[in-house]
Structures are given as C-alpha cells and as structure tokens.
Write a protein that binds this ligand. Sequence first.
Ligand SMILES: [Zn+2]
Length: 382
Amino acid sequence: MYVKISGCRVVDPRSKEAERVDVGVKDGIIDAVGEVREKADRVLDAHGDYVCPALVDLHSHVYHLGTSLGVDPDWVASRWGTGVFADAGSSGAGNFAGFLEHVIRRSSSKIYAFLNIGFGGIPFFGMHGGQQAGEVPDMRVADEEACAGCIEGNREHIVGVKVRVSENANGAMGADLVRAAKRCARRAGVPVMVHFGRPPPRVEEVLSLLERGDILTHAFRPGPNSIVDEGGHVMREAWDARRRGVVFDLGHGSGSFSYATARAALAEGFRPDTISTDLHAFSAASPVVSLEATMTKMLGLGMGVEEVILAATHTPAAALGRPVHGSIAVGRPADLVTLRVSAARKELKDAAGEAVAFEREVKPVLRLKGEDVRRLPAATEP
Ligand SMILES: [Zn+2]
C-alpha cells in the first residue's frame, strides 16, 4: 500500500522555513520526502497544510486511573495530533512500575516519563481543599536513592527527574528540593524539569540551579514570581539561563500560563523553546483543550507558524533526548500529522482567566500512523 500526501509543507528545523513537498509512505514506512516517483494507491491532498511528525507534548499527565490528574493518552491521540507524551512527574519511584505496566506498555501512543523526586509521584492533586498537601511535604519523601535506582532500571522510559516547588506543593521548603532533584538527576545523567509557582522559592533562585538541558516549565506563568520583573522586563537571570542552554517550556496547565507574561516576554524577543500543555484532568476541558489550542495562542501572540510547529515537535523531542521523534526522515515508521492554519475567530482563555479572540487557528487534519490513515475529529468541528 503506497500513500502519497501531496502538496504539503514541511518545516526544516535548520532553516526554520517551510518547503513544499510530497511525502510518500510505503507499507507504513516513510519512503520519500520531496518528490514521490512511485505510483500511489491512495493520494491525500494536503495543499496548504503542514505535515509534521506526530506532536510531542513535553509536559502532560497521562498516568490514567492511577492518579487523580491522569488523562487517557489514547483518547487525546484519537482527537488531536499528539503522538508522544512526556509525563511530568505523575509517578515516582514508588509507583512507576504501575505506570509502566498499566499505561506505558498498553498505550498505542509513545510515552516517556520524568520521574518525580517525590516517592509517590503526584497523589494529592485535586484533593478537596486544594493542593495544600503537596507531594513532598518534607524531605523524607524525596528519596534520591530510590529515584536514581528507578531511573537506572528504566532508561528506555524515564528521561529525567521532575520536581514541583511552590508554596502549595511544599510550604517553606523552597529550593532545597530542587537541589535534591539535581543531585539525583546528575547521578543518573538526565535533566531535571522544574515546576515553580507561588514562592518560595523565587524563580531567580530556581534558575540559578539549572544547567544546560534542564527544563523550567510554566515559563510564562502569571505573577507573582514570573520571569517578568516588576518593571515588565524579562529578568536577567532568565536570559542568563537561556544562554546556558536551559529549556524554557510553556506548560500551560490550569494556573500556569498568562497572556500578560507571554506578551511581555515576546515583546523582548524571549520566546518559549517548547510549547506544551500540562494537560491533566483539571486543565483539559478548560483552559488547555489541546496542544494545537496552545499553539494557536502563541501564534496569535506573535510567534510564526514554523516556530510554533518546531516548538511542539523538533525542540521537545531534542529536550527529551529522543530527537528521532522530532523530524520526518526516509526509512522510519510513519507517525505523521497534518496541520491546517486557517482564518477563524477563536476566543481562548489563558490560565489567569483572560479571554482573547484570535484570528487564526491551528487544527489537526490527518493522522498517518503506520498504514493507518485517519481524519481527526477536531478537523471537522466548528
Ligand atoms: Zn504538570
């Protein structure tokens, strides 16, 4: 079976520009990118659309039914263009085996994990009365030994260490927990992903602990404690961290993305390296919806189409240390999505409650996985 996607655009990660190509898929394997010579059994007209590797969501929560915040990755993938989910700390050393057995191995999506420095992952999220019981209420729960051992035993699946530090997660503990996560990550030779929120700790202190390849998620969270200082400028510590190679990830979530912070940062040329959802049971219906909706927001705030595509494919795949997921190459099994950027007035809220009507929308159209070709339902919704 030979499938040809005709007239689509593909973004070159090096030039950051899109070129018009045809893509040929032979028996589920990518056979040609550019000109397709072989006679196709099926031709999919994708003129004007972008063809991308299945989207890579660097911050999601997919320990479905094992944690209160988990969503079903296969349900998400049946509607939207995400094919690779990085779970951000839903599991810790104490319950990673369940995540592996019941979700990672059974899902048709590709799932990687940032292992929580907290032994039990994120067990209390959504608990009645808010999030006052954080997953690491005291340092005894941050078992560095167990965390490093679990990573060592699961290199194929675990790509880094996740740590949540904010007043509601750990009270006054502050940056000590980031130091513990960094010690563990260094031992294992993987990056850390840090969630920050209401202080303590201050974001300046968190940034000072991060090295090349480490990830600051919720990078455009609303103040107080955002990367934009009181004068409305991106703080020096954020620019310094970017120069060191720290990855700034959007991580939308239910409370961690604000148009105000994003506008101030974009005005000074500070773009997110990666666009991710922090999709979970309490953010999925609203305000996040999907990775495409999050891309729509950044497009509307001033990023280019090519930029938002790379920030949801090539760059997060590299941040995971799995660049294979971030590009389209001949000889690889096909896992592709076509995206359409269309004129549509779309009102979307950030996590601070501000609603903005955007003029263009990113929508997934087709998913090609192996020999399976599907039109995604989101493509036909108003
Ligand atoms: Zn999260």
